[in-house]
Design a protein around this ligand. Structure first.
Ligand code: RIB
Length: 312
């Protein structure tokens, strides 16, 4: 009667509901899931829950999953493989019906083990080399190219790049796009103008301060994500310079904050919410049919011009 799986008389229904209320009875999700062999729950792994990029992807996942009767357990690996493994164990013990995974970096063995255990899985944003698995990715190479081409078309010739962690495919691909745009416009790739960042505010701040102490600083900088671009704005200001008058700056992700920085940030947009929707839909399909061949979706990135770049 509680699950409304069979007809009972109205009188009996009322009597049972009154008894449940009197006993403060709560249906047991554990008992239900043991009976059904499913929990209607999925796990989502992210490498940095403080980064708005992952929050916006998670929103698409949660809205879609909730709409199909699934709860979402969000786990933060902090980009650490041991912590990632800890949370994988937690999700497996909780018998989640599937997982959506943004890898910490170096996660191939974790993904392989989950696939061998027949866990429905969708990888988002960070492709895992050597593993055939459902994936929702964006065209990072195209995005890095668009960002750099935009700066070149504004007349900049000394263009710096603040990369993310080099072991992460999105960052590596953006840097390839940056280099391809320079080469295609007959500009030399100067490794001194490429600084390694960390996808965090601090990494952008530190890298731009290094650029500004050079004898010949760049006139423009491509930061491989928006958090580093925001940190870079702060670093430019710290030295009494201005964005964009003294240094043009472009980011990557188009997190909501990018519209409200001072100046508003020109950036490369990733379709974050749509990535989440697509990943959740693919996971629901995979849960229903584990035999399908792996599917790979590569979504477009787009240039969003605001006020942090100007003509040289
Ligand atoms: O800002 C976090 C970065 O890590 C994003 O660019 C996203 O692509 C992820 O890889």
């Amino acid at each position: 009667m509680i699950n409304e799986t069979r007809f009972v008389s109205e009188e009996l229904r009322v009597r049972v509901l009154e008894a449940m209320e009197a006993l403060n009875y709560q249906p047991s999700a554990v008992a239900r899931s043991l009976r059904r062999k499913e929990t209607q729950t999925i796990g989502m792994m992210v490498p940095d829950s403080s980064n708005p990029f992952f929050a916006e992807v998670a929103r698409g996942i949660e809205d879609t999953s909730f709409g199909q009767g699934y709860s979402v357990i969000l786990c933060n690996s902090d980009g650490d493989l041991e912590k990632e493994q800890f949370y994988i164990n937690v999700l497996v013990e909780k018998r989640v019906d599937g997982m959506i995974f943004v890898a910490a970096g170096g996660s191939a063995q974790h993904i392989r083990t989950l696939l061998e255990r027949d866990m429905p899985l969708v990888v988002v944003d960070r492709e895992v080399a050597g593993v055939e698995v459902d994936s929702v990715l964006t065209d990072n190479l195209q995005g890095g190219y668009l960002a750099t081409k935009h700066l070149i078309e504004l007349g900049h010739r000394r263009i710096g790049c603040i990369a993310g962690p080099s072991d992460l495919t999105p960052s590596a691909e953006r840097v390839i796009g940056y280099k391809r745009a320079l080469t295609e416009h007959n500009l030399v790739v100067n490794e001194n103008l490429i600084r390694k960042g960390d996808f965090q505010y601090e990494g952008g701040y530190k890298a731009v301060c290094e650029f500004l102490t050079m004898n010949e600083p760049p006139t423009a900088v491509f930061a491989c994500n928006d958090l580093m671009a925001v940190g870079a704005i702060s670093g430019v200001r710290k030295r009494g310079w201005r964005v964009p008058e003294d240094l043009a700056l472009i980011g990557f992700d188009d997190i909501a904050l990018a519209s409200f920085t001072n100046p508003p940030l020109t950036t490369v947009a990733q379709p974050k919410y749509e990535m989440g929707i697509l990943a959740a839909q693919m996971l629901m399909e995979r849960i229903k049919d584990k035999t399908m061949p792996p599917r790979r979706h590569l979504l477009e990135t787009t240039l969003v011009v605001r006020e942090s770049c100007h003509a040289q």
